[in-house]
Design a protein around this ligand. Structure first.
Ligand code: HEM
Length: 275
């Protein structure tokens, strides 16, 4: 989420703002390294789960067995994508990135996004191609919203400390997040239709109940975002009231926590049984 959401934030929210772009580049580069490491650990962990013994952790044959699956493709794409983004942006910190760096970072981001077509119920349920397109669209939109709101919360606090304007990044993010929410909701609903056999499975299966919990948390985050867009941001535009700014900073942090919780529930959702 941090890599893809950060790249979108860099391209659409803080473009032409060197001070903030620099910090976001560091953030994305750091997330690339974390993603690479977590993909490697996930692959090793899969070997242990399949072989049911810890020795699989350092057995090349058993690791090869574990990664020669759809899951292995997903882990490989995340590992490679994270590394490409980390290296591209690490070199670009502190000076304006050349076109080659931007293209390399975008290729890395595309590899990470493509990985979502190879895990979860995307590979086991419904028409494979349609489900993959829905999953990739869903994960990218979800990353733009959730990764972006974390960076927005950070930006609002830092600009508050240096007394800088927040209206422009707020408006840019609000538009981008609204579009991402709609795309995530539509693609997520399509994926749910592919996974669920019957409507009552929504409350009679572990997967269904996790999805309901996820949707409830998404609704909380969307309500906070809507209140920011239609109440707090217009108030900021009208006057520089310190209380309104404080409420906005707090709301961004709560929205970020809600979406991070959605990501945690999703980790259980993709592993849960839908029957
Ligand atoms: C109304 C909103 C949403 C709905 C209906 C929804 C529904 C779904 C469904 C059905 C899946 C497939 C799970 C599986 O394969 O078992 C999924 C996957 C996913 N969702 Fe959502 N979701 C929504 C919002 C979000 C948000 C806000 C986030 C951001 C944190 C998010 C992050 C993800 C991710 C990362 C996956 C892919 C997991 C993977 O393939 O590894 N979703 N979602």
């Amino acid at each position: 989420m941090g890599v893809v959401g950060g790249l979108a934030f860099l391209a659409f929210i803080v473009r032409g703002e060197p001070l903030d772009s620099d910090r976001v580049r560091r953030w994305v580069s750091g997330n690339g390294i974390v993603l690479t490491a977590s993909a490697a650990v996930a692959a090793l962990n899969r070997a242990v789960v399949i072989e049911r013994e810890w020795s699989a952790f350092w057995s090349p044959d058993e690791i090869a067995d574990a990664v020669s699956t759809q899951f292995g493709v997903a882990a490989g794409l995340r590992l490679l994508g994270g590394l490409v983004v980390a290296l591209a942006l690490f070199r670009a910190v502190a000076n304006s990135p050349r076109m080659a760096t931007v293209v390399t970072a975008l290729i890395g981001g595309a590899l990470v996004i493509a990985s979502f077509a190879f895990d979860g119920h995307t590979v086991t349920e419904g028409p494979r191609w349609l489900h993959s397109i829905a999953s990739v669209s869903h994960a990218s939109a979800a990353a733009v919203w959730s990764g972006g709101v974390v960076l927005l919360a950070d930006l609002l606090w830092r600009r508050h400390r240096r007394g800088a304007d927040v209206f422009r990044p707020l408006m840019r993010f609000s538009r981008m997040a609204a579009t991402a929410l709609v795309l995530a909701g539509v693609a997520g609903t399509v994926m749910a239709i592919f996974v669920l056999d019957r409507f009552p499975d929504l409350w009679s299966t572990q997967w269904g109940r996790l999805l309901l919990a996820k949707i409830a948390l998404v609704a909380v985050a969307a309500a906070i975002g809507g209140h920011n867009r239609w109440v707090l941001i217009p108030a900021v535009e009208q006057n520089e009231n310190a209380t309104v700014h404080q409420r906005l900073r707090r709301a961004a942090v709560i929205e970020a926590i809600a979406l991070m919780s959605v990501a945690v529930i999703t980790a259980f959702l993709v592993a849960a049984s839908a029957v």
